[in-house]
Design a protein around this ligand. Sequence first.
Ligand SMILES: *[C@@H]1O[C@H](CO)[C@@H](O)[C@H](O)[C@H]1NC(C)=O
Ligand SMILES: *[C@@H]1O[C@H](CO)[C@@H](O)[C@H](O)[C@H]1NC(C)=O
Ligand SMILES: *[C@@H]1O[C@H](CO)[C@@H](O)[C@H](O)[C@H]1NC(C)=O
Ligand SMILES: *[C@@H]1O[C@H](CO)[C@@H](O)[C@H](O)[C@H]1NC(C)=O
Ligand SMILES: *[C@@H]1O[C@H](CO)[C@@H](O)[C@H](O)[C@H]1NC(C)=O
Length: 473
Amino acid sequence: MQLLVPLLSILAFSRTTAAQANAPPSKIYGVNLGSWLLLEPWMLPNEWERMGGQTCADCSTCIASEFALAAAYPDDVDERFAGHWSTWFTQQDVNQLQDAGINTVRIPLGYWIVEPLVDREIEHYPRGGIKYLVNGLNMLRKAGIRVILDHHALPGVQAVNQMFTGNCTNTPQFYTDYNYGRALIWTAVMTFLTQLHPDFESVFSIEAVNEPLMNATRTPGLGEFGKNFVRTVRAMECLIGVNVLACQVLQGMPNAANLPERLIEASATDALGLFSPPVVEALTQSLPMLSYIAQELEWVVDFTACRDRPLITTKLVFPSFMDILWQYNDPANPLDAAIGPQAYDHHLYYNFGGVAAPDPEAYMRDICSRNDTQKDVLAGNTPLWYGEWALSTQFNATDDFLIKWADAQKLMYSQGAGWLFWSLKIESTSPYARQMSYFEGLERGYLTKDPAQFHDPNVCVPYRNSSDSSTTS
Ligand SMILES: *[C@@H]1O[C@H](CO)[C@@H](O)[C@H](O)[C@H]1NC(C)=O
Ligand SMILES: *[C@@H]1O[C@H](CO)[C@@H](O)[C@H](O)[C@H]1NC(C)=O
Ligand SMILES: *[C@@H]1O[C@H](CO)[C@@H](O)[C@H](O)[C@H]1NC(C)=O
Ligand SMILES: *[C@@H]1O[C@H](CO)[C@@H](O)[C@H](O)[C@H]1NC(C)=O
Ligand SMILES: *[C@@H]1O[C@H](CO)[C@@H](O)[C@H](O)[C@H]1NC(C)=O
């Protein structure tokens, strides 16, 4: 298997037109579509209240998550959310992103967007989000904006008391075989859609797990899950006839009826070691769910769709992972999961503390001398994008500081594959809007109109000691 990996990489990169068609943009200038299909009440407290939600200090104690709202209003929860999905992200936002030179968006998604994955006895989430996802992807595709699908809220919950996981709880249960299995089914579904649904054409990456627990001792099996995640992507690509090299054994064209047979045939030979038992199980379970979703979307799957694109055999998905720096206590290196092209995601927020002393000078010195990109390169975690960052601070920042703070972060994050701001928008009356809404940051002039530009490209020079000339370019 080790020997075959370079072969796959060659396949992915040698036919340049097709490789470029699905590679990330050469430099990502992006935003997250936070709180759209995965709602975080803190970003829009007024609308949340209108929807029937509440605000409280410990989000597990009131209606402060999608789970809690769905549990409180079982009869009309879908309508409550549909109103939000159709207004939070619209064509007008897409136009604004296009005007702002944004070339990529990261879309946080919950596992429940694949509705049959939800155990409705004990799990409560709205239904119907997938249609809005498809509609949004259609608008983005027409605007030429590329997309990262981000599995942001995992089955069983992957982090402690976080609204972004969909359910605030002290006892995250994601790190079990059952929930890893459900996440693999989600992955199989999203890979199928990414390769075959016309509106998913601008999707180039699927991210495995947003922000798992940082203490790797508390995430047993996560490294093996990562390997199965990549195998699931590649195995699905193989089943549907995209990744010909991995599936030379399969003869003839895939169709809706013969996928189960193809799965049996491919897993019996399994030249690349893709079809581990959890992967076979996930693919098997994904097929009826895909039928359900196709019906929901009124989509007649055209298995020749990908073949009709030029040289599409090389359009492989870029699986992506939080980088190795995210966890401590001897984490698995996500590089070890790679089969073909792959990418990495680093998040950096200063406002939670623990990064630099809470004052402007310390922030600037820290950001201007950080070498996370270089550390990730040494670990093989490249290409690397900064998938979340913001202008947030632990002190009351002046306008002048925020201009420098935006420049310095962009400068450092552009050393890798680029960056994605958190987030597109925040409710305008929220105190977070000034430092965490991209649109507001543009309006206030902290962020430059052209994301590739800086107010001052030398913003870091005064904050680096003179002997250190490593990072200007
Ligand atoms: C959701 O969170 C509540 C605590 O707020 C917890 O009791 C429950 O087990 C969680 N359910 C799931 C499925 O994560
Ligand atoms: C990491 O988790 C392990 C197992 O729960 C625990 O013993 C250890 O104290 C944790 N480390 C830190 C720094 O929290
Ligand atoms: C990153 O910076 C630290 C502190 O200056 C240094 O010890 C380390 O060697 C650097 N690592 C890389 C990969 O540049
Ligand atoms: C920031 O400003 C607000 C409002 O003026 C004030 O209440 C708060 O104490 C200030 N915070 C800090 C850390 O200075
Ligand atoms: C850089 O300069 C600052 C202040 O002049 C000093 O506190 C710091 O220790 C210096 N850092 C290095 C790595 O020399």
